[in-house]
Design a protein. Structure first.
Length: 294
């Protein structure tokens, strides 16, 4: 009977876990809707702003804006965007792996010289790199408590200032790009210096002729900082939506796995109970036969 009690306890434990994972799936589904709306609304604006900026800045001298000046990447800053919580499958670890790969393959020399710094957005990346003694700048774990453009701009302005002051020669962002609830892809993008596409024959024929007021230079001076802030904000919103999608998918699978485990446990419980009943019946029959013979 002790075996039956053990199985009953496991059934109760798995049932409780299944209720928790089901509730977490529903919560993530509700949050995913809001996060998806936010990134879907921002993407067209961010992409169009990037196109306009590329069109306007393509003909500018690199010396005109400090944000488009290409320098030898002696000092590198990597922005790793994760979440504050786990239980989202491989969501956080994928970003950490991509960041480690970026450092080991592209910036190995800079890392050996101690010239690779990190800005972690999310507690998971913060804890991972602080424990391994990386140069982690600041603490941005509270950003997700109030995820707004203004709060994300504070981080972007700090990064932009470091780039202008020469603290970093290149800034790259590693984050999960949201495709749908079941699919997230890790992207690595260069945030600074702002990339200027090389003009091609096709670009010249399809180039949009904007009417500029007051001047191309003044407009670009305003657009470049705004575009940098928008691109970082978009990466954070992408990651935020991906987090809830990954957690919803992980909790859905966990709920299904708990259901399968419950079936196996209940089958095991029924088999053990039938075996116990059969044993008791055999003992009763054996006892009755012994009394009859006596």
């Amino acid at each position: 009977m002790a075996n039956l009690k053990e199985v009953r306890n496991r059934i109760a434990s798995v049932s409780s876990t299944q209720q928790i994972t089901k509730a977490m799936k529903m919560v993530s589904a509700a949050k995913l809707k809001r996060a998806t709306n936010a990134i879907v609304q921002l993407r067209p604006y961010a992409n169009k702003l990037k196109d306009i900026l590329s069109n306007l800045s393509a003909s500018l001298e690199a010396s005109h804006s400090p944000f488009i000046q290409e320098r030898e990447p002696k000092r590198v800053l990597i922005v790793a965007v994760t979440s504050n919580r786990g239980l989202a499958g491989a969501f956080n670890m994928n970003v950490i792996k991509a960041t480690n790969q970026l450092i080991s393959e592209k910036y190995a020399a800079q890392y050996r010289e101690g010239n690779v710094s990190l800005v972690a957005i999310g507690k998971k990346a913060q804890d991972f790199y602080e424990k391994r003694k990386y140069q982690v700048i600041g603490n941005n774990n509270e950003l997700y408590s109030a995820l707004t453009f203004e709060n994300a701009s504070v981080i972007a302005e700090s990064i932009m200032k470091g780039f202008v002051d020469g603290d970093y020669d290149r800034v790259e962002v590693v984050y999960n790009h949201f495709r749908n609830a079941a699919m997230q892809f890790v992207f690595t993008e260069q945030l600074l210096p702002v990339s200027r596409p090389e003009p091609t024959a096709e670009d010249k024929t399809s180039k949009v002729d904007y009417i500029l007021e007051p001047s191309r230079e003044e407009i670009v001076d305003q657009l470049i900082p705004k575009s940098i802030k928008i691109q970082l904000y978009k990466a954070i919103l992408d990651s935020h939506a991906s987090e809830h999608g990954a957690r919803m998918t992980a909790m859905d699978k966990a709920t299904d796995n708990a259901g399968e485990l419950l079936k196996a446990l209940k089958l095991s419980y029924n088999q053990a109970r039938q075996a116990a009943i059969t044993t008791e019946l055999s003992e009763i029959v054996s006892g009755a036969a012994a009394l009859t013979q006596g």
